[in-house]
Every structure is written in C-alpha cells, then in structure tokens.
Design a protein around this ligand. Structure first.
Ligand code: ANZ
Length: 849
C-alpha cells in the first residue's frame, strides 16, 4: 500500500457515514411517498422476502438491484414508490415452531425484526410506512375477501380428485410445487397421489388469456421466463372426438391433436386411474376386474414422471370393452395403460400406432394392428419430413412403422381414409373437424397442460379458508362483515403434521353456528396456499394502512401496474403465474383497469461461493451481516453491481468488497479536495475533464436503464481516476471542471453507494439530499474533442498560435511549438536557455545570444 492509499483508508469512515445518513433518511422520511406529489410515478418492487432467519447474500444482491432502479427513477424526477413487506406465512415457520415448541408467530416476527434491522443497515430506500406482513390479520383478511369474491364468481370450488401428497410435510402440494424428479419442492420427499376433496381456484378458465397476454410482455420480461410460462400453460389445439361404447349409453370423448388420423385408429387407451376406467371395468368380467385392480395398484406406485417417460417399456391390460370409430364404424378394443394420464385431455386417447410413437410402442408390445393413413412418401412438399429424417428414415428405406418401429409423424397425403384420401394433413384436419361437427360426434378443441390451482393446505400457519360447513354438508361463506377469520392461539394445539389440519382439533375455534339457521356447524380447517398471499400483495402496498378495503382502486389507478419488478428466476412460473391470474380476476371484477401486474421483470442471478450454492452444510456460507460489518453497505452494494450483468451468477470468491471500499474512499476524497464554490461557472473549467464528465453523463442513463450496472460502475471508476489526475496535475482542485466531475460522480454513485454519495454531496456544499437531485444533462457540444489555441512566446513576444487538443502533453506541445516556422525565425541563431510549457495553452521560450 502506498502512503496515499493508507491515508485514504484512514480517513474514509464508512461506519460513521452510514449511520449518519440512515438516521437522517429516517428522520426526514426521505423515501416516504408524498401522495399529493403530482409528478409522474414509478412503482419499483422487489419480490418480498420470506422471513427465514436473517437476510442472506441473495437478498443483498436482489435488493441492491431494486434499490438502484428506485433511486435512479427518483433522481430522474419521478415520484417513486418502493415498498417492502414480508411473505410471512408458510411451512418453515411452522416446522421451526414444532421443533422448538413455540408459536409460529414468535419465530416469524423475531425474524422479521432481524431482517428489518438488516435492511435499514443496508440503506435500502423503502417507504417503511407501507410495511406489511401477510401473517397479520389486517392483511390476510383480504385474502379471505378475495377468496369469497372468487367463490361468488364460481372461481373457487371444491372437488374430489387425486392430489399430490407430501408424506413428510403431510400436506397437499400444487402441481407447481412438485419438482421434475417427482419430489416436493419443500421437503424433498417423493410425492405420492392421494384422493382428497380440496379447494381449487379455476385458473384454467384464464389459460388462453394467460398465454396470449404474454405477447405484451415480450422484451420487458426475461425471454426465458416467458418461455417457461408458455410451456407451463401448454396449449394444444386439435379436436374432441366422441366414440360410442358397446353396452354403455354415454360416449367416451378423446382429445387429439391429429384428428386427420381418425381412420388409422386401431384401439383406444384409457388412464387406469381415471373414473372412466373404473366405470368401464365395472361392466367387465370378474377376471378382468381382478387383473385391472392389480394393474391399478402397480400404477399408483408409479410417479407421473415415470409415466411420461417415453423410453419406459409399455404396460397395460385389455378391458374387454369396445368402442366404435365415428368415422368408419369400426369396432376397436379398449385398453388401460399408464402412459395415458387421467388429468390430461379427457383421460383417454384414440390410438393411432402408425403415426404416434407411444401408440406404436404399445401396439408392437401387445400385437395390436397398425394402419398407415398418412403417406409420408407422397408428400405435399416433395420431401420427407424433418421428423422422419431425425428418426433415421430416408426415401429408400422401407417406412412401414410395423417393421421399423418408427412412427410416421411427418406431413403427407391421406390414404386409407375414405373421403379424406388425397388431402394434405392440414386440409384433412379441417375437413374431418367439419364432418365431425356436422355429425355431432366431434368438434374443434383445445387442451392445456395447466391444471386448476389447488389451494387447500392441511397446515396451521396460513390464511384460514372462510367457509363454514353445515352438518348436512352444505357450504356457507363467512359473511364479509365477520372477516377476518383469525387463527387461534397455539396453546394446547398439536401442530405436528398428521394428515389433517391442526385447526380441526381447535374445538372452540372450529365450532361455529351455521350462518343460515344457527344450527351447529364447523369452520373449514384448512388454510390457503401462501401463493395466494403473494398473488396480490403489490396492490396492498398502495393502501397498506387502509382497513376498509383490500386496496383503493384509485390508488391502483395511479400506481399500478408495477413498472419494475425484481426477483429470482425461481419464481418464473408459480408466483408470476398466480399474480397474473389474480390480476385478471380483479380486472374482471372491476377493481382495476389493467390486466398484467408487472410491466417489466428483472431476474438477478445467484450469489455463489467457489462455484457452488452457499449453504451452512457445505460450509461455504458468507453471512450478510458480517460482510456488512466488515465493508459497509456501500461497498457491498457496489460489489454486487460491479460483479457483472445482474442476470449472471456472482461468485463471491471472485469479487472484492475491499477493492470497492478503496474506490469509494478515493471518490469520497475528491469531494474534500474541491475548492471552487457551488456557483462556479462551469464554462471556465478544463476542457478535457469536462469532456470526460459529459461523455459519462451522456452514457450513464442509457446504461442504467439497460441494467448494465457493472458498466456504469466501471465508467465511474474511470472518471474518478481522470478527475484525480486533474486535481493532482496542472488543472488543480480549484478548476470548475473538477467540481463538475465530482458532482457527476456523486450523483451517479448514489445509485450504488448512497451513503458515501450523500456525504460527498454535503462536502460539496449542498444541504438537500442527493437522492432526489437530478442528474446533469450531457452537453452535446462538449462531447466532441475540441481544439484549444496555444500561444507560443519567444522572449515575451507572441510569435505563433497553434491549435492543439486540450489533452496534449507538455512534451508534444513543446515539440510542436519548436517546429513552427515563425518561432524558428524568431529564435534565429540565438541559443534557447529556458522553455516553460503550460499545456495546453502556453509555451514560453527564452533565448540569449
Ligand atoms: C391421436 C394421435 C395421433 C395423437 C397422432 C397424436 C399423434 P399434446 O400435443 O401433448 O397435447 N393424448 C391425449 N390425451 C392424453 C392423455 N390423457 N394422456 C396421454 N396422452 C394423451 O398431445 C396430444 C396428444 O396426446 C393427443 O393426440 C393424444 O394422442 C395424446 F398421430 O391423438 B393424439
């Protein structure tokens, strides 16, 4: 370390500066939104934290980015809302409470306090007056209100069906909470299927809108998130086709994306775990019923993931029942097989083995007929399809799928299909749908991968479902004026998971009067999925202290939708999808006038250590609180911003908060060196430094809006160096350009290191907070390299003027001066005894002789 660096480190006292400004912001309510402020608004929101202990480095990163955006818009003259709250219901609190034998409230609110303290130490620019906790009755009352609104509209309903059951946490899970490997997102346990009556939200009614409206978000949401949402909703278009069943009055409907292949159907397959299979088998022989029962038990031990694995050998059993093909009257056998899923389409398929690989594998396993109905060798386009080529088929091969085992999925002309013969695939699809519709045996249809949202949870720490069950099984909404239904205290309650909600055992709580006739009744003992809480919280921030309504529609009109949402990509599907759904519901109910909650989304990457996820068990955990103590909030935030593009992961082993701190000390010291007054005339400033400053001012807004925070920080570092050089060289600390540069540095730095920026601003002679001070506009005239005129004197007399760049070095200027013909003439044959160069303006040559 050089002497200068030592001195800088000694005097830059980040802890003192941090404390001073945090206190001032709090006292002056600097980030509190003024409702009467008429300036244009911006709503900047970070995904609110779950209070599982103190904040961690991931929070430090995400909230640094959110704060950069909020501070940026504030400095651009917007009235910015940047609130904070806690997503404070949920299982971790409950599990911790069980382990320690305390009320989940204690654990939750102690953690909230701790996180809150850390946020304040981090200098986050929140409007604390709008703080909310979803576990407060003042908040969850409105979850119950929302539930009742949805119930009135038929969007909340109960049904009996196979659900995902987490055997460790002893609760059901939404499809979204089951990981691709079939384990629970929460407990890691292998999820099993259980038949239960549960509450659902009818998100499938909104499938088309949820899909189509994604187009509006193109370019403003990460494309990866858009793709994940599209995929999750998974719309398929095709037709529903009704098949008559021998000996049964009701028809069976199947969904198909390839109605053109109807003449190639050689059997039908139903999902063994569907109601349909049970009904069909009920009409079969005792032997078939027994074999079916065995098969069903085997299937129930199989995960959904395994069932969808195309490479798994096919299993199934014939049901000894027959269906009639509506197109050609053919009689086809019905099988049950687990590759058909009960809850997709109608839980039954028309099998076309020649053109569907799963059906072909099945047909070949069980010796069922295979009939080609699309001649992919008489193609419409004159070539075999790409899919065929990928499957290893070329025109010289035999392409009989019964021989090759490869289904023909490409385009071609229809054959063996009666009136469809000769048509292309697309035309055949159109024609057959027309024919089915005319005959009343089918229709155009769409199917979605998206399932209704299962919201019941058999756990304590959540929002009670505001429904009362009459003794006769009738359902009664809790009257709105009796909301909230408040959770009971936990004394005397056993919270341990046991397959039904612990609330069922809270006798006093659960026993109520039937609101209709006063007869004995029971509260619904289940609580809501906590994703309900977070599906609308961004609206609650707008009226966080209003106990007369969930949110004020006028405030929603003013502030929403959220202009910039910041959070982790782990919420790409669940939370964002549910919030989008609830927003559309509230729109339909007339409470809001927009249909998408988040106009723009930024996903931050993860903070890793040595290439791995940080965790206590790995022993590579970096504690946010201790980093904060060692380096201070400003250095940590700056480190996050400087590490790389915000979407990329940050490896904490590769970054240097100590380096960031050193840089901040250098910047801070500049502000102490400036000696010109606040009202100095910029125009008198050094041209080269001014140009550097204005180039920086020119680029900084665009870079910030494009989230290129790391580039902005790099440019800041450059400008600090340039300014330091100017101060220490001929330009000097009194030059107006030094003040101009230092002010620009402080203003932009306040996005990343707000405390030191405030301190610099004060040292520069200002009394207002830098946080709302506008950035200076770049002056286009100053951006181009200008020329200055240097005068060359010989023995006190001006002999020449030369135009030079303001950045010219003294050596170059002297050489240029000496090469001038006029100067050479003036010197003549005299001897040069002294040359004084003051680049870029003056060269004094003294001679004798
Ligand atoms: C006949 C057919 C012929 C089909 C053909 C495909 C190709 P996507 O695109 O994923 O929506 N199917 C329908 N319901 C099913 C269920 N419950 N479980 C498993 N498979 C099911 O898939 C739609 C296709 O998947 C449907 O079109 C049906 O098979 C099958 F050459 O019908 B197809």
């Amino acid at each position: 370390m050089t002497d200068v660096e030592t001195r800088e480190q000694e005097t830059y006292d980040f802890a003192r500066i941090q404390e001073k400004w945090q206190k001032r912001w709090e006292e002056e309510g600097t980030f509190q939104v003024d409702p009467s402020d008429r300036r244009p608004r911006k709503y900047v929101l970070d995904m609110f934290p779950y209070p599982s202990g103190d904040l961690h480095m991931g929070h430090a990163e995400a909230f640094a980015f959110g704060d950069i955006v909020a501070r940026y818009w504030r400095q651009q003259g917007f009235n910015v809302l940047h609130p904070i709250g806690w997503d404070s219901f949920g299982l971790p609190a409950e599990n911790a409470a069980i382990k320690r034998g305390v009320d989940p409230r204690e654990w939750t609110y102690a953690n909230i306090d701790q996180q809150k303290t850390s946020f304040k130490r981090y200098g986050a620019s929140f409007d604390w007056t709008r703080e909310l906790h979803t576990s407060d009755p003042e908040y969850y009352k409105w979850n119950q209100w929302l539930f009742l609104k949805m119930y009135e509209k038929g969007l909340a309903y109960r049904k009996d069906s196979w659900v995902n059951w987490d055997p460790v946490d002893q609760t059901v899970l939404a499809n979204e909470q089951v990981l691709p490997d079939g384990t629970s997102e929460r407990s890691g346990a292998m999820v099993v299927k259980k038949k239960l009556t549960q509450w659902y939200f009818k998100i499938t009614d909104y499938a088309d809108r949820l899909l189509d409206d994604l187009n509006q978000l193109e370019g403003r949401w990460p494309s990866k998130v858009l793709a994940m949402q599209r995929n999750w909703i998974g719309r398929s278009t095709g037709a529903d086709v009704d098949f008559e069943i021998e000996g049964r009055s009701e028809k069976v409907t199947v969904f198909t994306t390839r109605p053109d292949t109807l003449y190639g159907v050689t059997f039908m397959v139903v999902a063994p775990d569907s109601d349909l299979a049970a009904e069909l088998v009920a009409g079969s022989s005792a032997e078939v019923r027994m074999r079916f029962q065995d098969y069903l038990e085997q299937v129930q031990r199989t995960t959904e993931i395994e069932r969808q694995d195309a490479s798994r050998p096919k299993t199934g059993i014939p049901l000894d029942r027959y269906a009639i093909n509506p197109a050609n009257g053919e009689r086809i056998p019905i099988w049950a097989a687990d590759y058909v899923l009960a809850d997709y389409g109608h839980g039954a398929v028309m099998a076309v083995p020649a053109h569907d690989q799963r059906d072909l594998d099945f047909a070949r396993t069980f010796g069922l007929p295979i009939r080609v109905v699309v001649d992919t060798l008489a193609p419409v386009t004159g070539a075999i399809s790409l899919a065929d080529i990928e499957n290893g088929v070329d025109e010289t091969d035999t392409i009989d799928p019964a021989v090759t085992g490869v289904a023909l999925t490409g385009d071609g002309r229809l054959v063996n299909s009666g009136p469809l013969d000769g048509l292309s695939k697309q035309n055949a699809i159109r024609r057959i749908i027309e024919q089915l519709e005319a005959a009343g045996t089918g229709r155009a249809a769409k199917t979605y991968r998206l399932r209704d949202w299962l919201i019941s949870r058999q756990r304590f720490w959540g929002t009670p479902i505001p429904i009362i069950h009459g003794e006769d099984g009738s359902l009664h909404p809790v009257p709105e004026d009796q909301l909230p239904v408040v959770l009971p205290r936990t004394e005397g309650l056993d919270l341990k998971p046991k397959g039904q909600s612990p609330l069922a055992a809270a006798t006093d709580w659960v026993t109520v009067e039937n609101p209709v006739d006063g007869s004995p009744a029971r509260r619904d003992p289940d609580t809501m999925d906590t994703f309900v809480d977070s599906s609308w919280y961004f609206l609650r921030f707008l009226s966080a202290n209003d106990d007369s309504q969930a949110f004020d529609p006028e405030e929603a009109d003013r502030w929403a939708p959220v202009d910039q949402y910041v959070g982790g990509v782990e919420h790409a599907i669940l939370h964002l999808l549910y919030a989008r759904f609830v927003t559309k519901v509230l729109f339909d109910l007339g409470y809001i006038n927009f249909t998408e909650p988040f106009s723009a989304v930024l996903n931050q990457g993860m903070v890793l250590m040595d290439g791995e996820k940080m965790s206590k068990s790995r022993g590579n955990l970096v504690e946010f609180a201790s980093e904060l103590t060692s380096y201070g909030a400003d250095a940590l935030r700056l480190t996050m911003a400087f590490a790389g593009p915000p979407e990329d992961d940050i490896d904490w082993a590769d970054v240097s908060p100590a380096g960031a701190s050193k840089f901040l000390a250098r910047a801070w010291r500049l502000s102490g060196d400036v000696t010109s007054p606040v009202d100095v005339d910029w125009k008198t400033g050094d041209a080269a430094l001014r140009r550097a400053t204005h180039r920086f001012l020119q680029d900084a807004p665009g870079l910030t809006e494009a989230f290129k925070f790391n580039v902005v920080v790099a440019r800041l570092m450059e400008l600090v160096n340039t300014t330091r050089k100017a101060v220490d060289s001929g330009v000097g600390p009194a030059d107006a350009a030094v003040r101009e540069a230092t002010e620009a540095i402080a203003l932009v730095l306040s996005l990343f290191a707000p405390h030191v920026a405030e301190e610099m601003w004060e040292r520069l002679g200002y009394t207002d907070s830098i946080s709302s001070h506008g950035w200076r506009k770049a002056n286009p005239k100053l951006l181009v390299e200008s020329q200055v005129t240097a005068i060359v004197q010989v023995d006190g007399k001006v002999r020449d003027r030369v135009d030079v760049a303001p950045t010219i070095s003294p050596e170059d200027l002297e050489a240029l001066a000496r090469s001038s013909e006029a100067v050479k003439r003036a010197i003549g044959d005299r001897q040069v005894v002294n040359v004084i160069v003051r680049a870029p303006r003056v060269v004094n040559i003294a001679t004798k002789g």
